[in-house]
Write a protein that binds this ligand. Structure first.
Ligand SMILES: NC(=O)c1ccc[n+]([C@@H]2O[C@H](COP(=O)([O-])OP(=O)(O)OC[C@H]3O[C@@H](n4cnc5c(N)ncnc54)[C@H](OP(=O)(O)O)[C@@H]3O)[C@@H](O)[C@H]2O)c1
Ligand SMILES: *[C@@H]1O[C@H](CO)[C@@H](O)[C@H](O)[C@H]1NC(C)=O
Ligand SMILES: *[C@@H]1O[C@H](CO)[C@@H](O)[C@H](O)[C@H]1NC(C)=O
Length: 326
């Protein structure tokens, strides 16, 4: 069997915190790894993990000088007990100060056409993958009376979205899990916090679009396929275009979580706060369901127009404005 021993560089200073991040081959995980490794005060030693080291080039290039100094690479597949254990065992004293659970996969489309096996893979990665990581590092954190666990969830973990049924369910599961565990961990001085991004421009989005092009949706009736392809997808693409944040926007929020005691939840995209507020404004849930129905099926075409208008009005400045107070 291949061994993946990570020996922290001799240069690691005593005060440096060990941060382990999952899913660093692309997107949000890659940017979090690079931003923490390039911290001006050199507060972190980053162990950037990915399931397939053949995909390391983009990260290594982005890390530049930090690679081999404040950033090490390691193999870790969140779906494998063995891989997770091997990776943690390879770390000096199994000591992880901050665990960032970022790895995740999406799934979109008519329910009728998705095999149960594919749905289980989403839960295996997004839900059990996180639990597998937490189970491996939590006992040591509890013993040490210190540590921080960060979970990259999604606004879809707080509000379901049509045709994202199973993905949303996997993130909801995570939210319930973390709400429960956070209380116990607080007793052991271990912090658990969640980050809920809205749409972010990463491979996640490209993977979704490519997936939709390839699929034929067997088992779904023509009306459902029509609603999915011609009503949902165009508005989803618009929303990504107008409201989408960059992986760096999310990485910046993550660095704040690492450096201070964060709030339990952090929605990175202020556009989504009203959507979640709607849900709590009416505890029967009717308001949310009908508002989403109305938005998609009655205002869909209108929304397309207003999104397009917004796109021109904001000329792309919106993305940076959503996070920066200036
Ligand atoms: N992009 C969005 O709009 C958005 C919005 C809200 C939340 N999120 C969440 O943000 C997180 C990061 O997604 P992203 O947008 O950065 O997407 P991404 O670019 O597709 O990155 C996902 C990462 O997870 C990794 N991964 C998948 N399965 C894995 C496994 N079994 N073990 C280890 N790593 C695995 C991927 O590795 P491979 O390269 O090997 O596939 C990749 O590095 C996810 O949890 C996602 O749910 C994304
Ligand atoms: C709790 O954790 C913080 C930050 O990790 C640390 O500074 C503090 O000493 C810990 N407190 C106790 C009582 O262990
Ligand atoms: C999320 O975190 C960022 C950085 O700490 C902060 O500026 C923002 O106000 C937080 N948002 C919410 C909704 O808590």
């Amino acid at each position: 069997a291949r061994r993946h021993i990570i020996i922290l560089p001799a240069g690691q200073s005593p005060g440096q915190k060990v941060v382990l991040i999952t899913g660093c081959s692309s997107g949000i995980g890659l940017r979090i790894a690079v931003m923490l490794a390039k911290d001006e005060q050199k507060r972190y030693h980053v162990i950037a993990t990915m399931r397939d080291l053949k995909r390391k080039d983009k990260l290594v290039e982005a890390a530049g000088d930090a690679y081999g100094k404040t950033l090490s690479l390691a193999v870790l597949d969140v779906c494998s007990d063995e891989s997770v254990k091997q990776c943690i065992d390879g770390i000096k004293d199994r000591h992880v100060d901050i665990l960032i659970n970022n790895a995740g996969i999406g799934l979109v489309g008519p329910l009728e056409s998705i095999p149960i096996e594919e749905m289980k893979k989403v839960f295996e990665t997004n839900f059990f993958g996180v639990i597998r990581m937490i189970k491996e590092v939590m006992p040591d954190m509890k013993k040490r009376r210190g540590g921080h666990i960060i979970v990259v969830s999604s606004v879809m973990g707080l509000q379901g979205v049509v045709f994202n049924d199973v993905y949303a369910a996997s993130k909801f599961a995570m939210e319930g899990f973390c709400e429960s565990l956070a209380v116990q961990l607080l007793k052991f001085n271990v912090t658990l916090s969640m980050i809920e991004p809205g749409p972010v421009h990463t491979e996640f989005e490209a993977k979704m679009i490519q997936d939709v092009r390839q699929k034929e949706y067997p088992g779904a009736d023509p009306d459902t396929i029509h609603y999915f392809k011609n009503v949902y997808l165009p508005s989803s693409v618009d929303i990504f275009e107008v409201l989408g944040q960059t992986p760096d926007d999310i990485a910046r929020v993550s660095t704040v979580h690492c450096a201070s005691s964060p709030r339990f939840r952090n929605m990175t995209n202020p556009w989504y706060t009203p959507i979640v507020a709607l849900k709590y404004a009416d505890e029967t849930g009717g308001l949310s369901v009908h508002a989403f129905y109305h938005m998609l099926f009655n205002l869909g075409p209108l929304m397309h127009i207003s999104m397009t208008a917004m796109k021109y009005l904001t000329c792309g400045c919106l993305r940076s404005r959503t996070i920066s107070p200036t």
